[in-house]
Ligand binder design. Structure first.
Ligand SMILES: *Cc1c(COP(=O)(O)O)cnc(C)c1O
Length: 393
């Protein structure tokens, strides 16, 4: 008998056949340069723990102390009884760090996008969105009901052309782009995008999830990297990557932040970041503000690893950041590569469609300040060994 759910098995089988099925590994150790995965000690090349803060003793200690004082849960949505002084302090400190008027936190970066885009544009309006934007931007755009115009990846000229054709037919316009593109590691030309957005009188929003803690002075992000202070209306960020915890943030103009407190649906209808998360983020922020050592080490590690990988003959695509895609082409090859790496003691995931276009499957290596030089050397050795075995290099 065919049940109403039978199609799911068919779809899952199809995913397995095409090498696109997600096999999820289970960790039984903290995040760090090395992990215990399925009982095996492996070198960690896949986390977004850019600065090694996910298990930093000061961050852990701050979470513990806050729990002693405030307990664990916020117990309500922010507008009812879920805003604690910790949340307010974190938002103020994040705004100061970014050099903007105000900031508002969410449960995740994904939620920050879902909150922000529909609060700013509606069905009569238009959004200009980079064709490779993150899924949470795409979903936020769809939720808004606005017309969505995709422009060519990192192409301000194409954006200008699209805005020239569409802008006047809509009362409001939003231009939205990832800051650092998470699968390729390239950086949006935000300075030129700003000029185009300004010319066509649009709101400008950047999702800096992979730029915070990485780009700019002491990891202040892409706006700082381009010296565009006061020119970008909204910086969306995550507290789950370089910050090492979990949560999302929108930083920028105080009017927008005030509006999101009134109209951001994940803010109004979902509970706040928990107490330990909030306190841990405050501690991460303090570490970022106190020294650039971790950010500097992240870049040193990145330069070393990428240079050696290129010398060995690997194609790293267009990356200019610690995100290091090792381009392999077909998804089954990427999966086999990842499996061989794991057998040799390196944990680096294969990424295929729909996260990246078909035929552009890759292994994505994430470099961290937590890596020692010996760790990177060990990783390089194994990459070369597997690359030769599978005739990639
Ligand atoms: C990771 C990421 C997100 C989601 O962040 P979470 O805090 O993990 O929900 C959003 N946007 C971009 C560009 C990302 O890379």
């Amino acid at each position: 008998m065919i049940t109403p759910l039978a199609w799911i098995q068919d779809e899952l089988d199809a995913l397995k056949e095409s090498g696109l099925y997600n096999r999820i590994r289970t960790l039984s150790s903290p995040q760090g340069a090395w992990l215990v995965v399925d009982g095996k000690k492996v070198l960690n090349f896949c986390s977004n723990n850019y600065l090694g803060l996910a298990n930093h003793p000061k961050v852990v200690q701050a979470a513990k102390e806050a729990m002693e004082k405030y307990g664990v849960g916020p117990a309500a949505v922010r507008t009812i009884a879920g805003t604690m002084d910790l949340h307010v302090e974190l938002e103020k400190r994040l705004a100061d760090f970014k050099g903007v008027e105000a900031a508002i936190t969410f449960q995740s970066g994904f939620n920050a996008n879902l909150a922000t885009i529909p609060a700013l544009v509606g069905k009569d309006d238009v959004i200009f969105s980079d064709e490779l934007n993150h899924a949470s931007i795409i979903d936020g755009c769809r939720l808004s009901g606005a017309k969505i115009v995709r422009y060519n990846h990192c192409d301000p000229q194409d954006l200008d052309k699209a805005m020239f054709e569409e802008r006047r037919q809509h009362p409001r316009a939003l231009v939205v782009t990832d800051g650092v593109f998470s699968m390729d590691g390239d950086i949006a030309p935000l300075d030129r995008i700003y000029e185009v957005a300004k010319k066509h009188e649009a709101i400008l929003m950047v999702d800096d999830a992979h730029g915070e803690g990485v780009l700019g002075r002491g990891g202040r992000g892409i706006v700082d990297h381009y010296q565009l202070h006061g020119k970008v209306d909204i910086e969306v960020g995550t507290l789950s990557k370089a910050f090492g915890v979990v949560g999302g943030v929108v930083a920028g103009n105080s009017l927008i932040v005030e509006w999101l407190r009134q109209r951001g649906r994940p803010f109004l209808f979902s509970s706040a970041m928990t107490v330990p998360d909030t306190a841990a983020c405050l501690a991460s922020l303090e570490l970022l503000e106190s020294s650039t050592e971790l950010v500097d080490r992240l870049w040193e590690n990145t330069r070393f690893f990428k240079e050696e990988m290129r010398k060995a003959g690997f194609d790293l695509g267009r990356s200019v950041t610690p995100i290091t895609p090792v381009m392999l082409g077909e998804a089954p090859l990427a999966q086999e590569f990842s499996k061989s790496l794991f057998e040799e003691g390196v944990f680096a995931m294969a990424i295929g469609f729909p996260t990246v276009p078909r035929g552009k499957a890759r292994i994505r290596v994430m470099i961290s300040a937590a890596h020692q030089k010996e760790d990177l050397e060990r990783g390089l050795e194994i990459f070369v060994k597997v690359g030769q075995k599978l005739k990639v290099i």
